[in-house]
Write a protein that binds this ligand. Structure first.
Ligand SMILES: NC(=O)c1ccc[n+]([C@@H]2O[C@H](COP(=O)([O-])OP(=O)(O)OC[C@H]3O[C@@H](n4cnc5c(N)ncnc54)[C@H](OP(=O)(O)O)[C@@H]3O)[C@@H](O)[C@H]2O)c1
Length: 291
């Protein structure tokens, strides 16, 4: 039965390879950065695009493109997820690819983060991503096809100080995705993980949620030094358009490849992590971020 399915899938793949323009992609967190660039690029490549966002009433550009819609979707609100998926299916006849991109970081000493900040961090980056995935799976199962692209991070495989909550969410996304690919593959559904390094987006600005450490004097000097170093990563990072190109490549791919790196700095960091023992990698990390 599995062989039959694989054969049917191969036939379908050969058919769709020629007809990628006109396929439909739904992207979360399209208001800025990587999500926005992915929506733009998909539009240029002829995809139907559901560029979902929390506040579509503020969108001035994407909503004006033909075959692009901007459904309201907050990944922490299940009703909005269901509505956005239905709106996309009603408009374009189906969904081929979902990009779980929405996310942000709580930054600061772990001890300074409130319970509410911790919960919100997981609600958006982990449970939100899971909720969108769960909501689209019945549709993908009925078509025996579909691709789920989870935007993780190199921060899902390495860890820097002051990002403990963010790393915890991205490590969760890595484990979740790697397990999920096994159970969805027999159903013809692909799972892909995107692992950007530092990318120059609002991630390092308005999207960051600072854990207020002012009252915790012991952390003060460490936090100031480390944040100064970490803040430089963003503006020196690669452009979100580079990540978008990788996402679109993964979206169009008929392979079962799981992981995609996106940029030189990210590649170098992951390579170092793989080649170095813990003590060396962590020592270099401390030196690099605590100058
Ligand atoms: N920039 C980097 O260096 C980097 C590196 C590795 C991975 N990433 C990952 O890439 C993804 C995109 O980040 P970015 O760099 O493009 O940053 P960004 O420009 O700040 O974009 C973040 C997007 O997520 C949306 N979002 C946040 N919470 C949401 C929620 N509850 N529901 C729906 N949308 C929500 C934001 O919407 P609003 O406009 O409504 O706030 C915004 O559209 C994130 O998952 C991030 O972790 C980024």
């Amino acid at each position: 039965m599995h062989v039959d399915h694989e054969r049917r899938q191969r036939h379908r793949d050969m058919g769709t390879a020629m007809t990628i323009p006109g396929r439909t992609i739904l992207i979360t967190g399209s208001s800025s950065g990587i999500g926005r660039e992915t929506a733009r690029l998909c539009h240029r490549r002829g995809w139907n695009v559901a560029a979902t966002m929390r506040q579509p009433e503020e969108e001035r550009e994407l909503a004006t493109f033909p075959d692009v819609i901007c459904p309201r979707l907050d990944v922490t609100n299940e009703e909005s997820i269901a509505r956005a998926i239905q709106e996309t299916i009603d408009r374009f006849g189906g969904i081929d690819v979902v990009v779980n991109n929405a996310g942000y970081a709580v930054v600061g000493p772990f001890e300074a983060a409130s319970a509410e900040q911790m919960e919100r961090q997981f609600a958006a980056n982990v449970f939100g991503l899971m909720a969108v995935t769960k909501a689209v799976l019945p549709h993908f199962r009925s078509r025996e096809a579909g691709t789920i692209i989870n935007v993780a991070s190199i921060g899902g495989r390495v860890a820097f100080p002051l990002f403990s909550l963010y790393h915890a969410t991205k490590w969760a996304v890595e484990g979740f995705s790697e397990s999920l690919q096994h159970e969805l593959r027999p159903l013809g559904i692909r799972v892909k993980i995107i692992e950007p390094g530092p990318i120059n987006t609002d991630f390092y600005g308005r999207s960051m949620d600072r854990a207020p450490a002012e009252a915790l004097n012991e952390y003060h000097a460490f936090t100031e030094r480390t944040m100064t170093a970490l803040r430089q990563f963003g503006p020196r990072g690669a452009s979100p358009a580079r990540v978008a190109r990788v996402i679109v490549k993964a979206a169009a791919s008929q392979s079962w490849r799981l992981r995609y790196k996106t940029d030189l700095m990210g590649r170098l960091i992951l390579l170092s992590r793989r080649c170095m023992p813990d003590w060396l990698f962590n020592g270099i990390t401390r030196t690099a971020v605590m100058r």
